[in-house]
Design a binder for this molecule. Sequence first.
Ligand SMILES: NC(=O)c1ccc[n+]([C@@H]2O[C@H](COP(=O)([O-])OP(=O)(O)OC[C@H]3O[C@@H](n4cnc5c(N)ncnc54)[C@H](O)[C@@H]3O)[C@@H](O)[C@H]2O)c1
Length: 387
Amino acid sequence: MSTKKELRIGLIGTGFMGRTHSNGYNRVPNFFPDLEYTPVLKAVCSRNATKVQAFADQWGYESIETDWKAVIARDDIDAIDICTPNDSHAEIAIAAAKAGKMILCEKPLARTVAEAQQMVDAVNEAGVANTVWYNYRRIPAVSLAKQIIDSGKLGKIFHYRANFLQDWTISADVPQGGAGTWRMDVEAAGSGVTGDLLAHCIDTAMWLNGAIKDVSAVTETFVKERFHQGTGKVEPVGIDDACIFHCHFENGSLGLFESTRYARGHKALYTLEINGEHASIRWDLHDLNRLEYFDHADESIVRGWRSIHVTDGDQPYMDKWWVPGLGIGYEHSFIHQVADFLKSLETGTPCSPNFQDSLETQKVCEAVLDSASSRSWKDTGVEEFTQ
Ligand SMILES: NC(=O)c1ccc[n+]([C@@H]2O[C@H](COP(=O)([O-])OP(=O)(O)OC[C@H]3O[C@@H](n4cnc5c(N)ncnc54)[C@H](O)[C@@H]3O)[C@@H](O)[C@H]2O)c1
């Protein structure tokens, strides 16, 4: 008989993220055995009963629902995990908070700052624990970058650079709206690459390098009309297919960000680089166990970019996995997020990024889109970002 405290999960949405989160809940007890809390997969919800039952059987959920309101109404659920498209995040989260449930919400927190603010108000009023799945922070090499930067090894920071490149929407035949292509529909997604991909880059950037003060952006929609699976008609496309912006960080450094779904050959190339007075750091999602590091203090005859294989037990999270030298993958970032959320319940500290932190990321996204449409610099309104 387990003596662990239970965190009874109600998961809403059984697509890509529903799978990564379910894997996270299932794996945590094996690899983080010292946590006080353990997740219990109480209920899973999506609208098709046959499909959601198959998902429940595959991942080990005790029961199913086909209406998210029914999950929130249940007394045997402590935490609502929102894995649905962006247009439902606010409604579900606000209802969950009102019902006193903890909330783990997928990113972007919402479609707009106004929606995100209502979500922050709702969790604050209810006093419920909350977190947003900006999971890239929890890749050990990225967490190590944070440790190195915070230790001061880079000195004064001059530049932050990030790209998130894909190529899956180049064909004009890709529809908008509906299952699989809701990201192409501005109503469902809120925006294109800015909210979908740059939101990740912005969250990591502000975590590593502090608040982004102001932005100047360009966006482009290369395919102007697409068939809409909801209306059955060819409709104008409202999302940004590509976005490039530059910015000032609060610490005086300059940022340069690019994201597109039109970079032929790139499927999910997230890279970041940060250049300081004494040292630089570089990371690439396609080689996620490695962190590249250049230290000008090295003796000149051996000075050069080091490729750190982040697999040693004293590097972030790696004492929980195999033996030094053996790598882990994308899915582990979600396992780490579950573990960190459970730990936060144990310690009574917020699990960052929480809704408030992610509201700040939303402000930057919105300033980027405003800047592109007005062709002018925009202040983000982000005062500080520490979490
Ligand atoms: N953290 C990350 O790296 C990451 C990666 C991908 C997606 N996301 C985010 O996760 C969320 C979901 O994305 P996805 O790729 O899993 O989408 P998906 O299309 O694969 O899955 C969405 C799921 O939500 C269900 N759904 C939709 N409306 C619903 C409703 N009203 N009630 C119940 N179920 C409903 C669908 O049936 C489907 O199961 C989005 O907010 C997205 O931005 C985050």
